[in-house]
Ligand binder design. Sequence first.
Ligand code: TPP
Ligand code: MG
Length: 267
Amino acid sequence: MGGTSGFLESLSRLAAAGRVRAATRALDDPRAVGARRERALATLLGAAAAPAGEAGGASYLQPIPPVPIPGAVQMPEIMAHLRATLPADAIVTNGAGNYSAWCNRFYSYRSFRSQLAPTSGSMGYGLPAAVAAKLEHPDRPVVCFAGDGCFQMTGQELATACQYRLPIIVLVFDNGMYGTIRMHQEREYPTRVFATELQNPDFVALARAHGANGTRITRTEDFAPAFANALEADRPTLLEITIDPEAITPRQSLSQIRAAALAKQAD
Ligand SMILES: Cc1ncc(C[n+]2csc(CCOP(=O)(O)OP(=O)(O)O)c2C)c(N)n1
Ligand SMILES: [Mg+2]
């Protein structure tokens, strides 16, 4: 499995041949529409999956196989639903936090300029980015991924979304903590939890107070109908998704991280 490195190798080969630059420039050209745009896209994506780069190319483009996570909400299934439901031109936004692994690793971005995310890793970016994206592209679905901590940084922008009646969809991943920081605490100082728990508002009630739609998702099967309603809505929708605190990463539970760190200390 070459994974990301194989993909990068493929891109480097192309870059060496001067083709990445040409294709990227073609995509940046506003006149690059229709067949011209498709050709440029095919150069980049097709080459990434070309046989010489098979080490990573083709496998990189495959969805990551899902592994069940703790709790009644199975994010791998929800991400599969989003991949199947959202059109290629949907815009997905996020801030920073462990929740963002879901959209960064389990969503397939199929066209350029379909992701808005901070390279600086700043929390709170997703919601204002979604507002801006929907204003600019009213015909494209816009979905914001936000952790509970992340949402609390800029959640008041829901007022802006309501003021301009922007039917964005905000997924708030409620695990009751600054999960990323808790993960590092458990890795470096197992059992010494400090200032990472969050007492959250009722996000659904908060959304409704703003004039947005709000629904709580506590089971995987609640998601698809709520998301379908959100896609049809004439105003913002906030879906508060209850995440088991144990489900700290797509692959490792909080207890596993703690146990591994304790075992390392005991060595
Ligand atoms: C503005 C800002 N403050 C602090 C941080 C440091 N930081 C990175 S992730 C994180 C916690 C994120 O919590 P949450 O949004 O609830 O996501 P989770 O990790 O729980 O999924 C913090 C405090 C940051 N990246 N940006
Ligand atoms: Mg959180």
